[in-house]
Design a protein around this ligand. Structure first.
Ligand SMILES: [Zn+2]
Length: 133
């Protein structure tokens, strides 16, 4: 998703990270599966790390991968789980409509706030959208 045309005429642009008008939605029905999948990926690495067994890490995360590649592989797998289980929500920064992605679809459905206008409801509480790496 890179652009979504809101009913108010504004085009919601999604082409960078840390947007204050975007959030991920994890449905309650998918939460257990999400965490089971994350734990499934973390468990062999954590067990191998605790034992110091690099061969076990290589077994779990590909050939004779050095530690940094195992980390990259783990990040990739968890990002994939996140992308698969999460839906996207946008708040139009002009009219405040929420646009919620239907599960398993690229379609979005809109919901209008009782009182009009943007409320930054998807922004972090501090209102600070700076991204620190
Ligand atoms: Zn709008």
């Amino acid at each position: 998703m890179s652009k979504l045309g809101c009913r108010c005429g504004h085009v919601i642009v999604d082409q960078t990270d840390s947007l204050p008008y975007k959030a991920s939605l994890l449905r309650d029905e998918a939460e257990n599966a999400f965490w089971e999948e994350v734990h499934h990926e973390l468990k062999p690495l954590m067990e191998a790390a605790e034992s110091g067994d690099k061969a076990a890490i290589a077994d779990a995360y590909g050939e004779l991968a050095p530690w940094v590649n195992a980390t990259d592989e783990l990040e990739s797998r968890i990002s994939s789980i996140h992308a698969q289980r999460m839906s996207t929500v946008y708040e139009c920064p002009i009219c405040g409509r929420l646009w919620v992605q239907k599960d398993g679809s690229s379609k979005f459905f809109s919901y209008v706030p009782d009182e009009g206008g943007y409320r930054a409801i998807l922004s972090v509480a501090s209102g600070d959208s700076e991204h620190f790496d």
